[in-house]
Write a protein of this length. Structure first.
Ligand code: BGC
Length: 722
């Protein structure tokens, strides 16, 4: 008998031995908390694990605690089925890497994969077997705090990240002791919440679903993702947790997903508040019928499904099938062979310190240099007095951003600490000035005095870590508290003393601070970089590293422009200054303040000689694209080159730019090189008039350049043939 058949038979015979309550236990995920006596289980007792009425746990950390709980299941429950231990390992467990939006800015497949691999090592060493990541919600509204957790505004980029993350978390095979099952979330359309308000309703057209919100999930499925989590939200009135059409029919039926579908936290219970279920029995029925296998934290399956069965609303075969999927995942994770395979080998000190070194590199690679007037950065080697000012200057605890509950924030490195370590000879003063979000003005004068005595000011401004992530939407994306006034005062006084001001901006989203770009000499978007934040930022400020990241989102000029993103469709009345009746604002340009893909380096790159071949292609062909670059600046640097397409004439109006590729090139001053990209012509397919995928003949522009700023792109037209 081959291994798969053998596995299936074992699972089936196990299911045949299970009572209904043991079956529903396998479909139940419960959270852990901590009491003096050790971990406790929300709304349950450890007796439930022994009774086999809990199959998986979330929010449990620490190898000892996890082993203790696993022991209850494996040694004391009747059927000895191991627990599935799950946690949100979003950007690291203890060693925290940059938040996902920041990592997206790296445009580096290996980097994306490796941070997930490292996080998997660290989490698996604790005994964790599944992570609720990657989060793949494309988001074009920066009010939404969860934009911080995702890939940014572009579906093609999101798909690349999806593949790399699934590979990274899951490793070579799920049964490896350092592999985590990944969970693609939140399926789907969560990024489109109304007015950017978390958990609000969504309503997305079928075309936009196919073009924007689904591609990254399909990429995760292709990469073999083990589980999927439906979004909390409804889509055009049908909550995703109960969305049979999108879960059972599309995800399972059409896309062939046979892994585990895990509800979001209490999402089955929330079907009552969505107004589609009268009680937990109805809610559980809707979720199971839609295809949800695991009930996270609603206790709806255990309480509701027995009655639903009696009433004939669900069939036992459906429950068995869900249990089958859960047990298959546990088997694939190797839990039946050795439930302690994860968590039994503590990581070495050397591995941990190597990981921190890597986090520092990745941190530096995630910072986008948005502005650098008169080559203010890197700081000149001759500098002797520096003032590190602002409420985020020495805010180690904020550096992790959202989702790092298991990390010790006292090991994070602040900008002040990083700069002091990097520049031991320089006199570095520190002046917070104001709190991140307070109204105390009493420290402002003293801070301005400190600033005046420096040769350069590093002004660290932005959001607190808690201002982005889940349930952290904001309606005003200016700096919180008194920071704007404080920054204006610093700019004012610095300009009278001719002192350059370098702003390091922390945020989980693009902020709307046009006034800041008008006055700052240099601006670094530092997002939240994690454990090694301060060292990574110091590496860039001192020039030990050149910035190389590019913004994965457009930065609006004003809230009135939101949503603003590069892949807009053309208007029948394109904006024209000479024609009143065109698509524009009377009081602002259409373009964002900062384009998708923007990011400066310490080099200076000239693009020339775009070559695209062949000039006529069929769907099965691959396009070869070459462009020459020269670094005409005075520092070595890495440039990211983007590839876009624009289908000029099709049966459906196509976006003015669609991202199709990127590649990086490292050049020394005076050096030239050629960047080669390739693109399967099938990438130019799109959902046609009837929403079926088509490859249509006609002209397509291929564009290459440093960002989505149209005027900076080189273009060549090719012809598609059927
Ligand atoms: C979030 C999920 C997360 C889950 C478990 C929910 O509130 O929406 O993204 O995985 O909690 O922590």
């Amino acid at each position: 008998m081959n291994a798969k058949v053998d596995r299936m038979t074992r699972i089936e015979s196990l299911i045949s031995e299970m009572t209904l309550s043991e079956k529903l236990g396998q479909l139940t995920m419960t959270a852990c908390g901590y009491a003096v006596t050790g971990p406790t289980i929300a709304g349950d007792s450890t007796e439930a694990i022994k009774a086999g009425t809990i199959g998986s746990l979330l929010n449990l950390v620490g190898a000892d605690h996890i082993r203790q709980m696993q022991d209850l299941a494996v040694a004391h429950s009747r059927l000895k089925i191991p627990l599935l231990i799950a946690l949100d390992v979003i950007h690291g467990l203890r060693t925290i890497f940059p938040i996902p939006l920041a990592e997206a800015a790296m445009f580096d497949r290996e980097g994306w994969e490796r941070t997930a691999r490292e996080a998997a090592h660290e989490a698996a060493a604790d005994g964790i077997a599944l992570t609720f990541a990657p989060m793949l919600d494309v988001a074009r509204d920066p009010r939404w705090g969860r934009i911080a957790e995702g890939p940014g505004e572009d579906p093609w980029l999101a798909s690349e990240i999806a593949r790399a993350k699934v590979r990274g978390f899951q490793g070579a095979q799920l049964s490896d002791r350092d592999a985590l099952a990944a969970c693609a979330k939140h399926y789907c359309g969560y990024g489109a919440v109304t007015a950017g308000r978390d958990y609000a309703s969504t309503d997305v057209s079928e075309r936009t679903l196919q073009e924007v919100h689904l591609p990254a999930f399909r990429a995760a499925l292709e990469a073999g993702v083990a589980s999927v989590m439906p979004a909390f939200t409804d889509l055009a009135g049908i909550p995703m947790t109960a969305n049979r059409a999108l879960l059972r029919e599309r995800l399972r039926g059409q896309y062939g997903f046979d892994g585990v579908i895990i509800s979001d936290y209490n999402a089955i219970g929330e079907l009552l508040r969505h107004g589609v279920a009268a009680d937990l029995t109805e809610a559980a029925t809707l979720a199971l019928n839609a295809g949800v296998d695991i009930d996270m934290m609603s206790n709806a399956y255990r309480t509701g499904l027995p009655a639903a069965l009696e009433r004939g609303w669900v069939q036992i075969a459906q429950i068995d099938q869900a249990v089958h999927r859960v047990l298959t995942l546990k088997t694939r994770l190797g839990l039946f062979d050795d439930p302690y395979r994860r968590g039994s080998v503590p990581e070495s000190v050397a591995a941990l310190s190597e990981r921190r070194r890597f986090a520092r590199q990745i941190g530096a690679r995630s910072v986008v240099m948005l502005q650098n007037v008169r080559a203010t950065l890197p700081l000149p080697g001759s500098i002797q007095r520096l003032c590190v000012a602002g409420p985020l200057a020495d805010a180690a605890a904020e550096m992790g951003g959202c989702w790092c509950p298991a990390a010790r924030t006292d090991t994070h490195v602040s900008v002040l600490q990083g700069l002091r370590a990097a520049l031991p000879e320089v006199a570095i003063s520190h002046a917070p000035g104001v709190a991140i979000n307070g109204d105390d003005r009493s420290q402002i004068e003293a801070a301005l005095e400190q600033c005046e005595r420096a040769e350069a000011i590093v002004l660290c401004l932005g959001e607190a870590a808690s201002m982005s992530g889940e349930a952290a939407s904001r309606s005003d994306l200016d700096l919180p508290g008194l920071q704007r006034g404080f920054a204006q005062a610093v700019f004012e006084s610095a300009s009278t003393h001719d002192i350059p001001v370098i702003v390091v901006l922390f945020s989980g989203r693009p902020l709307i601070v046009p006034w800041l770009f008008e006055r700052a000499d240099a601006v670094l978007a530092a997002w939240f970089l994690g454990t090694e934040a301060g060292n990574a930022i110091a590496d860039l400020l001192t020039g030990a590293q050149s910035p190389s990241a590019r913004s994965p989102v457009s930065w609006p000029r004003s809230m009135g422009q939101v949503p603003v993103f590069f892949a807009q469709r053309p208007s029948g009345r394109p904006a024209s200054a000479n024609d009143h009746y065109t698509s524009k604002y009377l009081d602002a340009p259409n373009e964002p303040l900062i384009n998708f893909g923007h990011g400066l380096t310490y080099g200076q790159f000239r693009y020339s000689n775009l070559r695209v071949a062949p000039e006529a292609v069929r769907e099965s062909d691959t396009l070869g694209i070459e462009v020459d670059l020269a670094n005409v600046g005075s520092h070595e640097a890495e440039e990211t080159v983007f590839l876009f397409a624009h289908d000029k004439l099709a049966s459906v109006s196509r976006p003015l730019l669609e991202l199709k590729g990127f590649r990086r090139i490292h050049l020394h001053p005076g050096q030239s090189g050629t960047v080669r990209l390739s693109m399967p012509a099938s990438e130019l397919c799109f959902p046609g008039v009837d929403l079926e995928r088509v490859f249509e003949p006609g002209e397509v522009e291929i564009l290459v350049g440093p960002s989505a700023e149209r005027t900076r792109l080189l273009a060549q037209t090719i012809v598609l043939k059927t």
